[in-house]
Structure formats: structure tokens, C-alpha cells
Design a protein around this ligand. Structure first.
Ligand code: APR
Ligand code: PHB
Length: 394
């Protein structure tokens, strides 16, 4: 069996794992990253696109911010559409000048891979049967197999489980040492990416009796749209034409009238789910990002919550290796979870506000309408929305 030794093994080559390996490398901390899929596979996934300030700062600190700063769009607000009206949430005005960056997760991941290549980062793709061992003690190791079936072992000080919701890291923690919290929603989002001019230069979150819709974008020539669909629907049920027709029905007529349509480049359905595992540490294994928590996409918190975990973990590992100070590692789980739960609360709130809940009673429907009326009439309520959307401080 081929053997390697490193300081930190990172499982998962999504944004969490890549960002951490790059940040650690710049501080002289050695890591090995094991990714289950090929790079092409990872880069073919269409995911989120709204980055909060803390994330963009981490990308810059990682030396990966230049294309993002050139091609990404700064957004100072977004719209909530309802009853043929569009109300603007002035993120910048409500938060003392804070904004978000629209830059696709795919592009960000591409930039992180390029940065790892440029520094000869030890990133192994198509790593099969990745298995953490001895994680309760101080000398953990990983075993895995390469594409030829050859067995490998990596010894390390710490393992970072950044392998997403379906990864192996969380599952490696004994059941009686981890607690999970979950909420599922009775619908999903059908998303379409199309090479068309976006319906609006700023995002539109639309509440409609037929169900929620979102007009988002990756650039001014690449649009991303979503509509709420029942969980029983599949992509095959939705031709491009059916999608555009339904989207139009849920948008104010002026937006619908100006909507440019075109062939879908990507079309997929994602169920909406909230999930948290705690604690985010077991022995020498630390969980980060989707491996530990997921949110419904409504508040654009998923990727941003992953970034805040990486912020805490990065500083904790630097303190350990560069100052001999373990307080950051010891408090990682508590600090990360405190922020994770706020993102959970916000995502749940925004999901509850804007979707059609088929089983809601007339009373609950009234409350939902009142919540929206209150939000749009109260600067205090809009400020709460805005400060959560641009990202709470780390
Ligand atoms: N071994 C190695 N790698 C694995 C394994 C495994 N057993 N299981 C999963 N992976 C890889 C996946 O292929 C994926 O590339 O781990 C990576 C996890 O990446 P993401 O799912 O993107 O999770 P994360 O990096 O935490 O990113 C946060 O924010 O916008 C949200 O859900 C969205 O992807 C997003 C996330
Ligand atoms: C997206 O562009 O994919 C997107 C934007 C905002 C959200 C969710 C998804 O809240």
C-alpha cells in the first residue's frame, strides 16, 4: 500500500475543501485533498451564485479573488415581487453600505482548482472508498483507492470532512456522539440555466398563489430561474416551454412580458431541506460545509455558511500549527454552530414567507400574508432581512 503523510487531510473537493486547502497552503500548512469525482464532474454541477462579503474576503485572502472581482457583479439590493408589485430590498442602504457578489459557484470552484494547480496542491480526484480511521485518537489516517484500484494510506494530524451532505465523514462518527436535526419541505425547486439576458439586473424573489419563483443570474448574458414544484414532479415532466410558461404566470406582468426565453442549458430539481449535525467535531475529525448542515436555497445561505465554517477552521488550524494554541480548534464546533443556526433560522423564515404551502390552513395563509405586509412596511423588519442576507459577522 502506498503511504503518504501530511498535516491535514481534506475529504471533498467542493468549495469548502478547496478553499481550506488553498488557505492552509499559503500559511505553510500541508494538506492532501481527496475528491470522489473527476474535476469535470465537479465543475459540471450548477449550484449557488450569491456570495456574502466574508466569502469574497476569504477568496481574496486565498489569492483567488481576481477573476471574481473582475467578472462578478456587486448587487446592492434585490426585489420581492407579489400581487403584480415589485418591492426593492435596499441591502446597501439598510446595512450601512454592505452588498453581495453574484458569481457562480462553478466559476469560484474553477478558480480554486487553478490556484491549487498553480501551487502543485496535492489534490486527488476519483478517489474511491475513502475511509477515515482512528478518528477518536491523535493519529488518524485515511485509506482510499485510485482509479487503477491501487490502495493508498494517508497519515495525518486532522481530518476535515468537507464531503457534502452524502459524504463519508459524518457517517464515520459513532451514532451516539452526533445529533442531527432535520426539516423537510413538501416541495422542491425546478431550476433552469439559460444563455439569455436576465429578466432583471437584480434578483427577483416572487411570491405567488401558484407557488414561489426566483429570477437569478450568473451574468448579464446568463440567467438562472427557479420555480417551486411538487416533490412528485420530475425534470421529464417539464419541457422548456412549460417551464417558461409557468415562470411567466408567477411574475408581475411587466417582468413576464420582458422575459427572454431560450433553450435550457441545465435543468434540475432540488428538494428543499434543512439539516444540522452537532457537534461538528469528533476527536480529530472536523466537519465543514454541507457535510454538517444544509439549508433550503431561499436565503442564499448554503455556500455562505460553508465559507464561515472554513473561516473558523482555517484560523483554528493556523493557531494550532503556527502558535501552538488549540483554543480555536476546541471552540470550533460551538462557534460554527452558533452562526449555522442563525443561517438555518433565516433560510426557514424566508422559505416560509415566500412559498405556497399546500397544507397551510386559511389562518396560516393569513399570517404569511401579514408577515409580508409587515416586512414591506417596516424598516426594522427589512433591516433584519438585509443584515441576514448580506451575512452576519463571523
Ligand atoms: N470521498 C471523497 N469526496 C467526496 C465523498 C467521498 N466519499 N463524498 C462526497 N465527496 C465530494 C463531492 O463529490 C463534492 O465534490 O465532496 C464534495 C462536497 O462538495 P459540496 O457538496 O459542494 O459541499 P461544500 O464544499 O461543503 O460546499 C457547500 O454550498 O451552495 C451550497 O450545497 C451547495 O455545494 C454547495 C455548498
Ligand atoms: C442562484 O442564483 O442559484 C440562487 C440565487 C439566490 C438564491 C438561491 C439560488 O436564494
Amino acid at each position: 500500500m502506498a503511504r503518504l503523510k501530511t498535516q491535514v487531510v481534506i475529504i471533498g473537493g467542493g468549495p469548502s475543501g478547496l478553499l481550506l486547502s488553498q488557505l492552509l497552503d499559503l500559511k505553510g500548512i500541508d494538506s492532501v485533498l481527496l475528491e470522489k469525482h473527476s474535476r469535470d464532474h465537479v465543475l459540471a454541477r450548477i449550484r449557488a451564485g450569491v456570495l456574502e462579503h466574508g466569502f469574497t474576503e476569504l477568496m481574496r485572502e486565498a489569492g483567488c479573488g481576481s477573476r471574481m472581482d473582475r467578472e462578478g457583479e456587486i448587487h446592492t439590493g434585490f426585489f420581492i415581487a407579489h400581487n403584480q408589485i415589485k418591492d426593492r430590498i435596499d441591502l446597501s442602504g439598510l446595512t450601512g453600505g454592505r452588498t453581495v457578489m453574484v458569481y457562480g459557484q462553478t466559476e469560484l470552484t474553477r478558480d480554486l482548482y487553478s490556484a491549487r494547480d498553480a501551487r502543485n496542491g496535492k489534490v486527488f480526484h476519483q478517489a474511491a472508498a475513502v475511509t477515515p480511521h482512528a478518528i477518536s485518537g491523535p493519529t488518524p489516517y485515511l485509506t482510499w483507492q485510485d482509479t487503477k484500484g491501487a490502495a493508498h494510506r494517508v497519515d495525518c494530524d486532522y481530518i476535515i470532512g468537507a464531503d457534502g451532505f452524502h459524504g463519508v465523514s459524518r457517517a464515520a462518527i459513532p451514532k451516539d456522539r452526533i445529533r442531527t436535526f432535520e426539516k423537510t419541505y413538501p416541495f422542491g425547486w425546478l431550476g433552469v440555466l439559460s444563455r439569455t439576458k436576465p429578466a432583471s439586473p437584480e434578483l427577483i424573489y416572487a411570491r405567488h398563489a401558484r407557488g414561489f419563483a426566483l429570477c437569478s443570474l450568473r451574468s448579464q448574458v446568463l440567467s438562472r430561474y427557479y420555480i417551486q414544484v411538487p416533490l412528485s414532479d420530475s425534470v421529464a415532466d417539464w419541457s422548456d416551454q412549460a417551464f417558461w410558461n409557468e415562470l411567466r404566470r408567477r411574475l408581475p406582468v411587466d417582468v413576464a412580458g420582458a422575459l427572454q426565453t431560450g433553450p435550457s442549458i441545465e435543468k434540475s430539481i432540488a428538494p428543499l431541506r434543512s439539516f444540522v449535525a452537532e457537534p461538528m467535531r469528533y476527536g480529530t475529525l472536523f466537519l465543514a460545509g454541507d457535510a454538517a448542515h444544509i439549508v433550503p436555497p431561499t436565503g442564499a445561505r448554503g455556500l455562505n455558511s460553508a465559507a464561515s465554517d472554513i473561516h473558523y477552521l482555517y484560523h483554528a488550524l493556523c493557531d494550532h500549527y503556527l502558535q501552538g494554541d488549540d483554543r480555536g480548534l476546541d471552540s470550533y464546533s460551538d462557534r460554527a454552530l452558533a452562526r449555522v443556526w442563525k443561517a438555518q433560522r433565516f433560510s426557514w423564515w424566508m422559505t416560509s414567507l415566500l412559498h405556497r404551502f399546500p397544507d397551510n390552513s386559511p389562518y396560516e395563509q393569513h399570517l404569511q400574508q401579514t408577515e409580508l405586509d409587515y416586512l414591506l412596511s417596516s424598516k426594522a423588519a427589512r433591516t433584519t432581512l438585509a443584515e441576514n442576507y448580506v451575512g452576519l459577522p463571523y
